[in-house]
Write a protein that binds this ligand. Structure first.
Ligand code: PNW
Length: 477
C-alpha cells in the first residue's frame, strides 16, 4: 500500500546534550543539565553528557551515517549555550558556536539531507537559571528565548523547518514535579524540599508557551517573508485505551489524559485557552493568559510536531484529586480490566509499544486541531536488557525493527484512510546516546555506540530497515 505523499520526508532525530559531548569546547557555557548531572543520585551510573557520542567532533561521520541509511532529513537541536554561553539578551554571542552549526547545516544540505532544527531540547542555559530562576520567570525567560531565536533565525537562513521547544510537558513535569530532570525541582517522588509541585509545573509550562509564541512572532515578522520556512512546537503524548470500555468514566478519563498531556500545550496554540478539564481541576494554579500572551500563543503553529512512543490503559479515579496530581485524576496502567497487556516490556519503565494507538492518536489530534500538517518528530523504542548483551547481539535488534514496521505502517494507514495530514517522520534516535536520568544504560539508537572504545558507531539492523519500509510506502508520483 503506497500510502504516504510523494514529498514525505523521513530520517532520524537527536538532541544536542544527548550526543554532542565537548561541553567545554569553543566557548560553550553550562546548561541546567551540566549542573544537574553533578548532583549525586540523579543520573544512573553518575554519568553526564560530557563526552556522550562526541558528535560535536564527528559531524562528518554522523552525516555519512545518515546518508548510508538513506535518510532524507535530520532533526537535531542547538546547544543554546554554545551560541550564547550565559544565555540572556544582554550577554555576549559566541561566534564559534554559530560557525559550528552553520557548517553542519551546509554539510547536511550538500549531502541532500534536509535539516529540521530544534532551538531548545531541554538544555536551558544555567546562567539564566542562576540569574532569575530560568523557565519559572514569566517576563525574563520568554524575552531571552525570543532573543536567542532571533540570533538563530538570522545565523541559519538555510534552515526551513524550525522547532521552538521539544516536549514542554517533560520540562515542566520532570523538571518541576518529579525532579527527575533538570533543574530537579518538585516536591513529589524525590521528597525534594525545593520547589512546589502543585504550582511550578503549570508556571513552567505557561512560560514555555509564551516563549514559543514570542519566537514564532519574530520568525513570521522578520524572517519568514524571505526565508519561506515553517515553525512549530513539538509535543509528546501517549495513546489511551479505557481500562473498562463499558465504563463511561474510563472513556471520559481517556480524553482527559490527552488533555492534561498534549492539549495543555496544544489547546493554547490552536485555541488560545487551556483545556476546560485542566481549568476545572487546577483552578488558579493554572496561570491565565493575559490578552498579550494569548495573542502571541494562539495560532502559533505552522505544523504540529508529534513525539510518540507508547500507550496505556486509563482508569478514572474517584474522590478528590490530590493537590499535586498532574494527570487528570486517573491511573495509567499496562493491563486492562480483562487482564490484556498493552504491550511488551522495554528497557524504559514508561514505554510499552502498541502501534494501533498511534493511528488512533493521529486521528484524535487531527480532529481536535482541524487536520493540521503533522511531522512525527520522534518515535522509537528501547529494548529490555539490550545494554547487557554482547555487541553482535545488540546489532540484531529485531524488536526495534518490528516496532518501526508496526508504527510506520499504523501512520501510513492513518494517512491513507483517515485523512491525517502527516508529512514527515523521524525515528528516535540516530545513535545510542545520553538517555537523561537513565544515563547510558538505556539505548534508543538505530546505531550502536561503543562508549568503551572511542565512541565507535555500528549501525544496527534497524538502521537499515527504514529505507525499504519508506520506499514501499511513499507514492512515486
Ligand atoms: C523523549 N516519559 O522524551 C525525548 O524527546 C528524548 O530526548 C528522549 O531521549 C526520548 O524521548 C526517549 O526517552 C521522553 O517518561 C522522556 O514519558 C520521557 C518520557 C517521555 C518522553
Amino acid at each position: 500500500m503506497a500510502a504516504l505523499p510523494s514529498d514525505f520526508q523521513w530520517g532520524f532525530a537527536t538532541a544536542s546534550y544527548q550526543i554532542e559531548g565537548a561541553v567545554d569546547k569553543d566557548g560553550r557555557g553550562p546548561s541546567v543539565w551540566d549542573t544537574f548531572c553533578k548532583l549525586p543520585g540523579k543520573i544512573a551510573g553518575g554519568v553526564s553528557g560530557d563526552v556522550a557520542c562526541d558528535s560535536y567532533n564527528r559531524t562528518a561521520e554522523d552525516i555519512a551515517l545518515l546518508k548510508s541509511v538513506g535518510a532524507t532529513a535530520y532533526r537535531f537541536s542547538l546547544s543554546w549555550t554554545r551560541i550564547i554561553p550565559v544565555g540572556g539578551r544582554g550577554d555576549p554571542i559566541n561566534q564559534a558556536g554559530i560557525d559550528h552549526y552553520a557548517k553542519f547545516i551546509d554539510d547536511l544540505l550538500a549531502n541532500g539531507i534536509t535539516p529540521f532544527l530544534t532551538l531548545s531540547h531541554w538544555d536551558v542555559p544555567d546562567g539564566l537559571e542562576k540569574r532569575y530562576g530560568g523557565v519559572l520567570n514569566r517576563t525574563e525567560f520568554p524575552l531571552d528565548f525570543e532573543h536567542f531565536a532571533r540570533v538563530c533565525f538570522k545565523a541559519f537562513p538555510k534552515v526551513k523547518h524550525w522547532v521552538t521547544f521539544n516536549e514542554p510537558w517533560c520540562t515542566s513535569i520532570h523538571g518541576y514535579w518529579s525532579g527527575q530532570f533538570a533543574p530537579g525541582r518538585g516536591s513529589n517522588r524525590e521528597k525534594n524540599p525545593e520547589g512546589d509541585s502543585t504550582t511550578e509545573p503549570w508556571i513552567a509550562g505557561h512560560n514555555l508557551l509564551v516563549a514559543h509564541g514570542r519566537a514564532v512572532k519574530v520568525y513570521r515578522e522578520e524572517f519568514k517573508p524571505t526565508n519561506g520556512g515553517e515553525i512549530g512546537i513539538v509535543l509528546n503524548g501517549d495513546a489511551v485505551f479505557p481500562w473498562d470500555a463499558t465504563d463511561p468514566e474510563d472513556v471520559a478519563a481517556c480524553d482527559r489524559k490527552i488533555e492534561f498531556s498534549i492539549c495543555w500545550f496544544g489547546d493554547p496554540v490552536y485555541f488560545g485557552e487551556y483545556p476546560a478539564s485542566m481549568r476545572k481541576q487546577l483552578g488558579d494554579r493554572l496561570p491565565t493568559f493575559t490578552p498579550e500572551e494569548k495573542a502571541l500563543v494562539q495560532g502559533s503553529n505552522d505544523f504540529y510536531g508529534m513525539n510518540h512512543y507508547c500507550a496505556n490503559y486509563i482508569k478514572h479515579r474517584t474522590g478528590e484529586p490530590e493537590p499535586d496530581d498532574h494527570m487528570g485524576h486517573l491511573e495509567a496502567l499496562f493491563y486492562n480490566k480483562r487482564g490484556d497487556c498493552i504491550g511488551k516490556e522495554t528497557q524504559s519503565t514508561w514505554l510499552r509499544p502498541c502501534a494501533p494507538g498511534f493511528r488512533d492518536l493521529l486521528v484524535w489530534l487531527s480532529k481536535r486541531y482541524n487536520y493540521p500538517k503533522i511531522f512525527v518528530t520522534e518515535n522509537g523504542t528501547s529494548i529490555k536488557g539490550e545494554n547487557d548483551l554482547p555487541k553482535e547481539q545488540i546489532l540484531e535488534d529485531d524488536f526495534r525493527v518490528q516496532y518501526f514496521d508496526d508504527y510506520v505502517k499504523a501512520m501510513a494507514t492513518a494517512s491513507a484512510l483517515d485523512g491525517v495530514n502527516v508529512r514527515g517522520y523521524f525515528a528516535w534516535s540516530l545513535l545510542d546516546n545520553f538517555e537523561w536520568a537513565e544515563g547510558y544504560e538505556t539505548r534508543f539508537g538505530v546505531t550502536y555506540v561503543d562508549y568503551e572504545n572511542g565512541q565507535t558507531r555500528y549501525p544496527k539492523k534497524s538502521a537499515k530497515s527504514l529505507k525499504p519500509l519508506f520506499d514501499s510506502l511513499i507514492r512515486k508520483d
